[in-house]
Design a protein around this ligand. Structure first.
Ligand code: KIV
Length: 265
């Protein structure tokens, strides 16, 4: 296993044109597997609200729920850089509230950094966390915690809105974030932002010119039951594998072929 990923390694990757791989993870089991696969950054996303807790949006997840998942992920990796999402309502009051929340994540879970949503309007908050020694990932474009303001899952930064997106990206970078997620942004705009910024861009639904890519792991590996966004590539169909396994187990229990003698004392 190579050395633990640090923020400087992300900057080096960008400078050398090496792409950065990121996935969400919400538990120790997947974190250990993704870490072994060499995924550079694991995001304990508040998408856990949808994926793990079955909620309709990310808004309802609590700090306590995110803390326990973050602890599980951070404790399971040897190399990957682990970032936790600050939940909705735990940083919007301003830098002092954000710092108190971020400190909890850093102290109580062992994650290596935090992510928060927003551009120009959270620049002061990002600066405060960075000044406190906390690595920050920004998140602009489509920001799920604002889905009701944005009118649902809609591509951001099209046409005249591109300028606002670029200003948000600059603000996040100037505030000291080491990376920024660009979600559901036209590929040409994401390419422009990536070229303009010194910090790493991580795309999700933002084309292939960003410095890295992130996907919600259950979307990418086929464990989700709902509709998968069009920007996702499916690498596996784990839902079917699990369904077949559960059906086979049920059949073996019901016809008493499990456990066999070799599986008994
Ligand atoms: O919560 C999450 O999973 C995210 C990714 C979609 C970037 O923020």
């Amino acid at each position: 296993m190579s050395a633990r990923m640090r923020t400087r390694h992300f900057a080096q990757a960008k400078a050398e044109g090496r792409k950065i791989s990121c996935l969400t993870s919400y538990d120790a089991l997947t974190a250990a597997i993704f870490d072994e696969a060499g995924i550079d950054l694991l995001l304990v996303g508040d998408s856990a609200a949808n994926v793990v807790l079955g909620q309709a949006s990310t808004l309802s997840i609590t700090t306590d729920e995110m803390l326990s998942m973050s602890r599980a992920v951070a404790g399971a990796v040897e190399r990957a850089f682990v970032v936790a999402d600050l939940p909705f309502g735990t940083y919007e009051e301003g830098p002092a509230q954000a710092l108190a929340t971020a400190v909890r994540f850093m102290k109580e879970t062992g994650v290596h950094g935090v992510k928060l949503e927003g551009g120009v309007e959270v620049a002061d908050t990002i600066r405060t966390l960075v000044d406190a020694g906390i690595p920050v990932v920004g998140h602009i474009g489509f920001t799920p915690q604002s889905e009701h303001t944005l009118g649902g899952y809609v591509v951001q930064g099209r046409g005249g809105a591109a300028e606002k997106l670029r200003a948000d990206a600059r603000a996040v970078a100037e505030a000291g974030a080491f990376a920024v997620v660009l979600e559901m942004v036209p590929a040409d705009v994401a390419a422009q932002v990536t070229a303009e910024l010194d910090i790493v861009t991580i795309g999700i639904g933002a084309g292939n010119a960003t410095d890295g890519q992130v996907l919600v792991w259950t979307d990418a590996f086929g464990l989700g039951r709902g509709k998968t966004p069009s920007f996702v590539r499916r690498y596996a169909d784990l839902g079917s594998v699990l369904l077949d396994a559960a059906r086979a187990y049920k059949a073996d229990v019901e016809d008493a072929s499990f456990p066999a003698e070799s599986e008994s004392f």
